[in-house]
Write a protein that binds this ligand. Structure first.
Ligand code: ATP
Length: 606
């Protein structure tokens, strides 16, 4: 990339950072700008008054008998005192408004990150790149936009002050000017160089950091606590975590060591040059080419020049760092959908009578080349209960993801009432489905919310939630709990309660039974239920789902035989389809899959 391109890119990214800061809180951005401007003006004023005071003191030294000179000294002392007071107050107010603005910006950026995370397509979660980008966005820190705004102002302030000091130095002896450059430029180059090195290292190491964070989570979360203890995995995982952290630390310290060495050398050179200049000035003063006042002024302001120069270097390198790291946040914010959104979506006609049709659907997961769904044709008519069966890994769950547009097929189409799903509004389309996956969510929320999440925009939850619980066979155990529907389902927080796996499954089922959609999709809905609960559920299944269409995936014959129509998947293809009786008679895959189960049923019945 050419230097001009880089410059414009940096400029636009700086503008974008500032606009985030502005949008997050106009009031505090204005206030912190105002107080900082006041701080700068009073700071410069104090510097000017200091110079005037030194001049007057020099005069007094030259003509001690002039009484008005003493009055002038006092006058400048008072003015400098007042200026310093104004400086201290505005500095405190600027600090406070900067802090407040920082909090507002941090919340705003967190909000943007969350908004992006909940809107990106499922495909992102399956790519390590997404997780790296999210981690980097988080690392880039929500404080940075606020820092950039205040850094820019501090930079302006220090640049102005330094300019004033340069003028003062030039007034003493213009030969002294290069020392300012020597004190600042090499330090700046070293800082920027190492900021870049550290940034690139951090980018390369994101995945390593995530691996360490994952191991830490394995060791500390309740999800894995049982297996970790019984299989005594603790020491093994700790060792693995330590090795990663050791590698990260060694690499980081190596960079820090180099940086400290280079920066110390640069600072030592600057100091040598300063003392040489002091010697040069002292010599000139002794020769009568400078006044003693000049020497005093040089000593006075050099201290300031040095700290100002250091601050300037720090602010410039910080600005550079913030710009680099904010680039990582922008990368995350700029993620685009992989499931394309139609610009002029077609409204779904008669959504209450939905026919879902899959036509020659093929699909390979993003980043893979093997089709896991191959030329699938399928139909679910209004009110029909359809079963999908097949061995593990045959593609049943993948097919649900395609039906619900979590992914789009690589070939063929998914149609709803004859409209290609791609041409519908994604949100409107997804509203048609109530889906419970095998790995359904356990929300650490109340029972009520766990069920209501199945239809978050629905009204009358006070009635619909208990009804859904009743339909899913969950109402019985919910009513027995002290807080009933208000019971918090977690042991993470006070007064929470943990459920059994089967009870959780009933809660998840109740979520799908909330009357939001037209098609209920249940992936292994009864895998953890006892036989009584399972048979009760399917006894009057159609009434329970209010005669909506349903697609049920199950490995249990007792569940499947209830379906109006059955599709049999094998290695991504629909190999057989028909009613239970016709498929059994066919003596094909379906027969092989279920004849053993059927034998047990016959045996039990005999
Ligand atoms: N996110 C993914 N990325 C890549 N491949 C995947 C992904 N999820 C599943 N697969 C692959 O797709 C194939 C079908 O998996 P799928 O989960 O659809 O099977 P399934 O029939 O639902 O199996 P089960 O009965 O075990 O739930 C498998 O070979 C699996 O390895």
């Amino acid at each position: 990339m050419s230097i001009i391109n880089k410059f414009f890119k940096s400029f636009f990214s700086l503008m974008r950072i500032l606009s985030i800061s502005w949008k997050s809180s106009r009031k505090w951005t204005l206030l912190s700008t105002f107080f900082m401007a006041l701080e700068i003006i009073s700071g410069l004023g104090v510097l000017y008054l200091l110079k005037q005071m030194v001049d007057v003191v020099t005069n007094v030294l030259a003509e001690p008998e002039a009484a008005e000179n003493v009055g002038a000294v006092l006058y400048y002392v008072v003015l400098t005192g007042l200026g310093t007071l104004a400086y201290v107050i505005s500095r405190a107010l600027a600090g406070f408004s900067r802090e407040t603005q920082g909090i507002m910006v941090a919340d705003y950026v967190d909000n943007i990150v969350q908004k992006t995370a909940i809107s990106v397509d499922l495909a992102f979660y399956e790519s390590p790149l997404y997780h790296d980008t999210l981690e980097r966005a988080r690392q880039s820190g929500s404080q940075r936009p606020a820092q950039v705004a205040s850094n820019l102002m501090l930079l302006g302030k220090n640049a102005l002050m330094l300019a004033a000091i340069v003028v003062l130095l030039a007034s003493i002896n213009w030969h002294l000017l290069p020392i300012i450059l020597i004190a600042i430029v090499p330090a700046l180059i070293a800082r920027i160089y190492f900021t870049r090195i550290l940034y690139e290292w951090q980018r390369r190491r994101t995945q390593m950091e995530r691996r360490a964070a994952y191991l830490d989570w394995l060791m500390t979360s309740d999800t894995h606590a049982k297996e970790l203890r019984l299989n005594q995995l603790g020491d093994y995982l700790r060792g693995k975590y330590k090795r990663i952290r050791d590698d990260i630390r060694v690499e980081k310290l190596a960079i820090s060591r180099k940086r400290t060495t280079v920066e110390s050398i640069v600072a030592a050179i600057a100091s040598i040059i300063f003392f040489s200049s002091l010697g040069y000035l002292a010599w000139n003063t002794a020769q009568g080419e400078n006044s003693v006042g000049d020497l005093v002024l040089f000593l006075l302001i050099f201290q300031r020049a040095q700290s100002m120069g250091q601050e300037l270097v720090q602010q410039l390198s910080k600005l550079y760092e913030d710009h680099l790291y904010m680039g990582m946040l922008f990368e995350f914010m700029d993620m685009r959908h992989t499931v394309p959104r139609s610009s002029q979506p077609i409204k779904i006609a008669h959504p209450e009578h939905t026919t879902l049709k899959l036509e020659n659907v093929c699909f390979a997961y993003p980043g893979t080349y093997k089709d896991v769904i191959k030329n699938v044709n399928m139909e679910i008519k209004p009110g029909q209960v359809v079963a999908l069966v097949g061995a593990n890994g045959s593609g049943k769950t993948s097919l649900i993801k395609l039906m619900t547009r979590l992914y789009d097929p690589t070939e063929g189409s998914v149609q709803i009432n004859g409209i290609n799903a791609r041409d519908c509004d994604v949100d409107e389309y997804r509203e048609l489905f109530s889906v419970i996956f095998q790995d359904y969510s356990h929300y650490a929320e109340s029972v009520h919310d766990n069920i209501r999440f199945g239809h978050i925009n629905g009204t009358d939850a006070e009635h619909t939630v208990p009804h859904a619980a009743e339909m899913a066979g969950a109402a019985g155990f919910i009513e027995k709990m002290d807080d009933k529907y208000d019971t918090l389902l977690t042991r993470l927080f006070d007064n929470g309660k943990e459920l059994s796996v089967g009870q959780w499954q009933k809660i998840a089922l109740a979520r799908a039974f909330m009357l939001k959609s037209n098609i209920v999709i249940l992936d292994e809905p009864t895998s953890a239920m006892d036989p009584v609960a399972e048979s009760e559920l399917f006894e009057n299944f159609r009434e329970r789902i209010n005669h909506r269409s349903a697609l049920v995936i199950s490995h249990r014959l007792s569940t499947i035989r209830l379906a109006d129509y059955i599709y049999v998947m094998d290695d991504g293809e629909i190999k057989e389809s028909g009613t239970h009786e016709s498929l059994f008679e066919k003596k094909g895959i379906y027969h092989d899959l279920f004849s053993r189960q059927a034998k047990y049923y016959q045996h039990d019945l005999s």
